[in-house]
Design a protein around this ligand. Sequence first.
Ligand SMILES: Nc1ncnc2c1ncn2[C@@H]1O[C@H](COP(=O)(O)OP(=O)(O)OP(=O)(O)O)[C@@H](O)[C@H]1O
Length: 704
Amino acid sequence: MGSSADDVMMEIEACKPQGNGLVVGGLSPLSESLWKDKTNTDVVGDVSARLTWKDLTVMVTVSNGETQNVLEGLSGYAEPGSFTALMGPSGSGKSTLLDALSGRLAANAFLSGTILLNGRKAKLSFGTAAYVTQDDNLIGTLTVRETISYSARLRLPDRMPWSEKRTLVESTIVEMGLQDCANTVIGNWHLRGISGGEKRRVSIAVEILMRPRLLFLDEPTSGLDSASAFFVTQTLRGLSRDGRTVIASIHQPSSEVFELFDRLYLLSGGKTVYFGQASEAYEFFAHAGFPCPPLRNPSDHFLRCINSDFDKVKATLKGSMKLRFESNDDPLDKVTTLEAMRTLIDSFRTSQYYYSANEKIEEMSKVKGTVLDSGGSQASFFMQAFTLTKRSFVNMSRDFGYYWLRLVIYMVVTVCIGTIYLNVGTGYNSILARGACASFVFGFVTFMSIGGFPSFVEDMKVFQRERMNGHYGVTAFVISNTLSATPFLILITFISGTICYFMVRLHPGFEHYLFFVLCLYASVTVVESLMMAIASVVPNFLMGIIIGAGIQGIFMLVSGYFRLPNDIPKPFWRYPMSYISFHFWALQGQYQNDLKGLMFDNQTPDLPKISGEYILEYVFQIDVNRSKWIDLSVNLSMIIIYRIIFFIIIKINEDVTPWIRGYIARRRIKQKNANQNTTVTPFTLTQSPSLRNFVADRPSSSRK
Ligand SMILES: Nc1ncnc2c1ncn2[C@@H]1O[C@H](COP(=O)(O)OP(=O)(O)OP(=O)(O)O)[C@@H](O)[C@H]1O
């Protein structure tokens, strides 16, 4: 990859005298200067991001159909040049607040309140803001350097020379302290890769590469050792110092990390406990009657004051270990945490911090600033499509589970078919055997493509993350996904098709052989496209496989083998279902390909010879006037149709679902208000329709 980390460090050192406005932090002046010079994007000034949120309430529907508020009436703001830390106990609503602000709430979550970016309602997804979520959805087979390099190619302008993109990549690697593992793969189910903390840093590196104007991070320091957490936070603070707006939820910051925060937003049970200067939180707690005892990390103290999850445990232990818990220094020993939390929430609502925050929000909301468009990618469509195709191809070729494993299984299964139908011949008994063989190949063998579903889901997760951050468009993704898979599918179907064709000794002749493998290729690719479309709506492995298997089972039933075409019940199963089924077209074509032109006889003088045409017409009920090539063309066009369906599903998720959800949200909130007799103005910011499936899919424990 060219320049080493040491070279980049030297370049960074050399750049230091110029300064470039960097005040504090690990953000290298080199990457800053490169970024500004080559992209003509200087974020300081007009295009900075001022974010305000007011009376933000998030309501979720739980399994029994009841609703519950996860966030209640939160207000706050984030300014350019500042680093805002969200803190609170586990389950206090930090991730939900970030999801709400970035427009990525789960499907069952509804938002009310106002979120303004530069004084305007805005879509914060698809690149206007970058969001590093808790899940590190990265491509496991790529190395750290490759991951960041591909990301650079996907988003940096085409006119920027590769040498400069590479320098930017290298400096970002250095900023995130990833130089030692730069050539190590990320890792997946069969490949041991970098550590969890390193993955976290790669996820951050990918987003800060583009120096976003507004950056959300959900627990960027989780899984990092204290030194790494400090340097990563310092880098984020450095990023904010250059006019960017950075909001991050942080668990357990050390006192050094805490000192790097500009503003602190403390949450507990979905309510604001404190919002103001981080340095003034200490004073606020002292005034409210909960001063931080000497020698205790302030952030530990704040969290202990507002985490009521263990009140019962504490009370029980207090009874049994009285002395251990009583101390004159600690105000928390005199009240339960629930009481402390309530006191703090009430104190905040009557404090100067609350009033000055509200004044500031009002002031910021009135100023109509620049409309920030998507800052996700500046690369051309062709560059995006080319890079994605290349990246996807590299991933498919390195991931044993994507195609190689399937190739082995396909070969084993087709050898089994070959031995069972070995040299099938042209006796009477071969007529049904040929039909059964074709039915098994186009039914079961194509069905095995379902095995790729877990890999599709992984691909979709990476796509959702990158798409929501505006790295590229849907069209580029769909095209690249189709192109990169083609060589592997051709390889799999030609090898397994050849084994089967020659072992069974199907209708001799090159044209017949070519038709058989092409038909197999078309069928496997249709299943692949179908499963990809399913993966875009059902991100759960098991559910997706069950749905895919169910659809294929229905298609197989109406393929014309298990029930002859004319006997399939007409209104629904024959028309339209059998015509929608790709198995039907594949079988019709292969029957003709195999039987037409053959004569079947039992070498006995008293039994007549039967022509393949006769069998086609009267046994298998095939329309012999239709060319087999038409059947193949229909199957090939189904590949395109399923890819278009895949594209449409993604677009519907992105563009139509938010409208539907907005409508449902308005109705739910209205209903709730009517029940409670209160008024809340419903406003649903663009939700993350695609990502939300994945958020909803995750068990709540995995989102911690
Ligand atoms: N879509 C949802 N459906 C049901 N409950 C939800 C949903 N989103 C959030 N919650 C609940 O809301 C609460 C807050 O969740 P959230 O993930 O925002 O907490 P958090 O502060 O980020 O926690 P952690 O620090 O552990 O990540 C939790 O109890 C969670 O189970």
